[in-house]
Design a protein around this ligand. Structure first.
Ligand SMILES: Cc1ncc(COP(=O)(O)O)c(C=O)c1O
Length: 386
């Protein structure tokens, strides 16, 4: 099945529920057993306690597992919970984790605080390292973590080369695939062992709930991730899962439209005199373009740009009057967002050399002409105030 068909039907089983198209929202903690025999055997039942899964959660897990090309999945209440629980499940005291320097900042915070507290050491690597990562791998390296393109700076990583080096040393490759959303990028087919997404972004798609999904390729080796995560008491709530399932059904059309509009905005921004550089791997000339063309089938609508100056007064004049670009964290919803970012504050393995203000834009489902008019008026204020 092609992905658009899969997004429409995967995980649904209407005739197990009177023909109702969408899975019902099971609100459950207690699950009753009809007999003592069934009660004593409940450990092997698929539905045994709300926290360990219901037909609502199985529907979303099955659908995302299929989309990512995996053999199993587990939900978490947020994208960050997917990241932290996977790292806990895949490491033990004494281990060494290789983490891309371009990782989502709270991923770094978790590694530097909680993982460190448990005796796991994190070393950051240049996202563009490719196969040379082999030189950083130690006997105690158990996880090599990629996020491609990188948060805020959008470097594309050479996942097949990184995965080959990691696998030579027996390490597990974990990929944050929130940007590709399982639709435009398939890390499990390119060498990752475990892929996770903040479903909060494009799966949910409406800026109204947090959700995390973890998918693995080899059930024999990584099926225990589910047990570990459930052992931490981590589970997602039924109404949130329903919103994610509902969002998933339209994710393909949203992504296609947002890809198109994102490229229109990226090309327009690249021509502006106020902009020094656009960071969008689908743009010809972007440093990651060739790898993106090789490994991705499309681009979502989140990208970055660097302004020619770092004048905060001018930036405030621009941002404060925007009508259509909201200022807020997160992305992947139907609405456009624009925020300033500071990649230099979190890098340790590489140096962020740009001197102008870095920005991150998320292009929503509005008409791109209106978004351009909003930014054009913003740049007018920016020039006057600068
Ligand atoms: C790349 C990436 N991964 C993970 C997350 C975390 O998702 P959540 O906000 O649901 O915890 C985010 C959130 O912005 C993200 O950008």
């Amino acid at each position: 099945m092609k992905d658009d068909t899969l997004l429409t039907h995967a995980g649904n089983a209407p005739f197990e529920n009177y023909g109702v198209v969408n899975p019902p929202v099971y609100h459950a903690s207690t699950i009753l057993s009809p007999t003592l025999e069934a009660y004593l055997a409940r450990g092997s039942a698929k539905v045994r306690y709300g926290r360990s899964g219901t037909p609502t959660s199985f529907a979303l897990e099955d659908a995302v597992a299929e989309l990512e090309g995996g053999t199993g999945a587990v939900l978490t209440p947020s994208g960050l919970a997917a990241i932290t629980t996977v790292l806990l499940a895949c490491t033990r005291a004494g281990d060494h984790v290789l983490m891309t320097d371009s990782a989502y900042q709270p991923t770094r915070r978790f590694c530097d605080t909680i993982l460190a507290k448990f005796g796991v050491q994190t070393e950051y690597y240049d996202p563009l390292i490719g196969g040379d990562i082999a030189a950083l791998i130690r006997p105690e390296t158990t996880v090599v973590y990629v996020e491609s393109p990188g948060s805020l700076t959008f470097e594309v990583q050479d996942l097949p080369a990184i995965a080959a080096a990691a696998h030579d040393a027996g390490a597990t490759v974990v990929a944050d695939n929130t940007w590709g959303a399982g639709y435009y990028y398939k890390p499990l087919a390119l060498g990752a062992d475990i892929v996770l997404q903040a479903g909060t972004k494009y799966i949910v798609g409406h800026a109204d709930t947090n959700m995390g999904v973890i998918v693995w390729k080899d059930h024999e080796r990584y099926g225990t991730v589910r047990t570990d995560i459930q052992g931490l008491g981590v589970c997602a709530g039924p109404d949130d899962i329903y919103l994610a399932l509902r969002g998933l059904r339209t994710m393909g059309v949203r992504l296609q439209r947002q890809q198109q509009s994102g490229l229109v905005l990226a090309r327009w921004l690249a021509d502006r005199p106020e902009v020094a550089r656009v960071m969008h791997p689908a743009l010809e000339g972007d440093p990651g373009h060739e790898l993106w063309k090789r490994d991705f089938t499309g681009a979502c609508s989140l990208f970055g740009f660097v302004l020619a100056s770092d004048d905060m007064t001018a930036l405030a004049a621009m941002m404060d009057g925007l009508q259509l670009h909201g200022m807020g964290a997160s992305w992947g919803g139907y609405e456009s967002l624009l925020i300033p970012t500071w990649p230099n504050k979190s890098r340790t393995a590489t140096k962020w050399k740009e001197t102008g203000q870095t920005m991150r834009i998320h292009v929503g489902l509005e008409d791109p002409d209106d978004l351009i008019a909003d930014l054009e008026a913003g740049f007018e204020r920016y020039r006057k105030a600068g």
